[in-house]
Design a protein around this ligand. Structure first.
Ligand SMILES: [Zn+2]
Length: 358
C-alpha cells in the first residue's frame, strides 16, 4: 500500500527507538549524554545497535527522555515513511531537521494509535477507498465529485470537514509539532485507518483546505505522480468549493464579497480568490490586484473573519471505550501506549472533559 514495513528484532529495538525518540524530543546525543552521565560514544553505539543497552542505563535514558523503558522494546512493526515522505519533500520550506523530528513524532503517534485501535471495533458510516488518478485521466476534480457523492455530502459547503473525515473512519490527531511551517500530514498504512496529523495552531480555514488536500493524497496517490501537489489542490478546491455550486456566489467578485463568503464556505479569502481565478470569474490582473490589496492590509498572514473551530472526537471516544467499557486505569492506559503518565495527560487528556480514573 505504498508504505514500507520494517520488522525490527527485539534485540535491536532499543537502538531504533532511541534514535526516533531523540529526534522526536529534538535532543542530541550530547544532551542525552549530559543528562544521563552515559558517554556519548556509548549512546551512539546503543543507537546504531552495535552495543546492547544494559537495563540500568536504559532506565536512565528513559527517565531523561520521559519514556518508560518498555517503550524501547515494543514488539510492533515499525513503518518506513513511504509515500508520505514524498509529500514532505515537496514542501521545501520545511528544514530537513524539522522534517526528521516531525516524522519521528508521527511514527511514535502511529504506534500509539495502532495500540489504541487494536482493542476496539470502530464502525463508521462511510469509508475511504483508493481511486488511482491514472485511471481517471488525471482528473482530480472528477475524483473529488465522486468522493463527495459516495459520502453523501449535501450540495454546497462542507460544514464540518473534520466530522466528514471521522465519519469515513479517518483518524485526526491534533498535536503541537513544534514548527510554524508544518500544517498537516496524512498516511494510510496496512491494517490501519487513514491518519491525519495536524499541527495544533493552524487557523481553521487553512487547516480545512490542507485536510481536503490530504484526503486527495490518501484517495488518489497510492503511487506518487508527477503533479501530485497540484492534483491534491484541485481535489481540495472541488471538494470544498464545488464549481457549479460556488460559481453563482463568486460573481461579481470583490474582496468584500470574498470576506462575506468566507463564513459560508469556511475557506480562506485567499482560497476564494484562487477559486474565482481558476473558474474564470476574474482575470489574472484582477487576481493579482486582490492579493496585493490583501497583503497591503496585512491580511496575507492573518486574515480577517475567523471561522468556528471543528474538533476531532474519535480519539476521545476510543479512550472512553477503554475507560468505561474495558475498565482501564490511567496506569494501564499508559502501559498500553508505552508513555509516561505526564505525557499521556498532556497529549491525550489536555482537552476537557474526558477524565480517566487513576
Ligand atoms: Zn501535498
Amino acid at each position: 500500500m505504498g508504505e514500507v514495513e520494517i520488522t525490527v528484532e527485539r534485540a535491536i529495538a532499543p537502538g531504533y527507538y532511541l534514535e526516533r525518540e531523540l529526534e522526536a524530543r529534538a535532543m542530541t546525543q550530547k544532551e542525552l549524554a549530559l543528562r544521563t552521565s552515559i558517554s556519548q560514544g556509548h549512546i551512539s553505539k546503543f543507537e546504531s545497535g552495535q552495543l546492547q543497552v544494559p537495563d540500568e542505563q536504559l532506565e536512565k535514558i528513559g527517565l531523561a527522555l520521559d519514556y518508560p523503558t518498555q517503550f524501547f522494546f515494543q514488539p510492533d512493526r515499525l513503518y518506513g515513511l513511504g509515500i508520505s515522505s514524498v509529500y514532505f519533500r515537496k514542501r521545501k520550506t520545511l528544514p530537513v531537521f524539522e522534517q526528521k523530528r516531525i516524522q519521528a513524532q508521527i511514527n511514535i503517534l502511529t504506534l500509539q494509535l495502532a495500540h489504541l485501535l487494536r482493542g476496539v471495533d470502530v464502525k463508521s458510516d462511510n469509508e475511504f477507498f483508493p481511486l488511482d488518478i491514472a485511471d481517471f485521466n488525471d482528473d482530480a476534480v472528477a475524483i473529488a465529485q465522486l468522493v463527495r457523492a459516495k459520502w453523501n455530502l449535501p450540495l454546497g459547503p462542507v460544514k464540518d470537514l473534520i466530522g466528514v473525515i471521522e465519519s469515513a473512519g479517518g483518524v485526526i490527531v491534533r498535536r503541537d509539532f513544534l514548527s510554524r511551517k508544518f500544517d498537516a500530514q496524512s498516511r494510510w498504512l496496512n491494517g490501519l485507518p487513514p491518519m491525519f496529523f495536524v499541527n495544533h495552531d493552524v487557523p481553521m480555514d487553512r487547516l480545512r483546505f490542507t485536510l481536503a488536500h490530504e484526503i486527495g493524497h490518501i484517495v488518489m496517490h497510492r503511487v506518487p505522480t508527477e503533479n501530485l501537489e497540484s492534483e491534491a489542490d484541485s481535489f481540495a478546491s472541488e471538494f470544498l468549493m464545488p464549481r457549479d455550486e460556488i460559481l453563482p456566489d463568486l460573481s461579481p467578485f470583490s474582496l468584500q464579497r470574498a470576506a462575506m463568503l468566507k463564513p459560508k464556505w469556511r475557506v480562506s479569502i485567499a482560497a476564494l480568490i484562487v477559486r474565482a481565478h481558476d473558474l474564470g470569474v476574474i482575470t489574472h490582473s484582477q487576481y493579482r490586484r486582490c492579493f496585493t490589496q490583501l497583503s497591503a492590509a496585512g491580511h496575507r498572514t492573518c486574515e480577517p473573519v475567523t471561522i468556528s473551530d471543528e474538533r476531532p472526537s474519535l480519539i476521545d471516544q476510543l479512550l472512553g471505550v477503554y475507560q468505561r467499557d474495558h475498565g482501564y486505569s490511567l496506569a494501564e492506559m499508559c502501559q498500553m501506549l508505552s508513555i509516561s503518565e505526564q505525557e499521556f495527560q498532556t497529549q491525550y487528556l489536555s482537552m476537557p472533559p474526558l477524565r480517566l480514573r487513576s
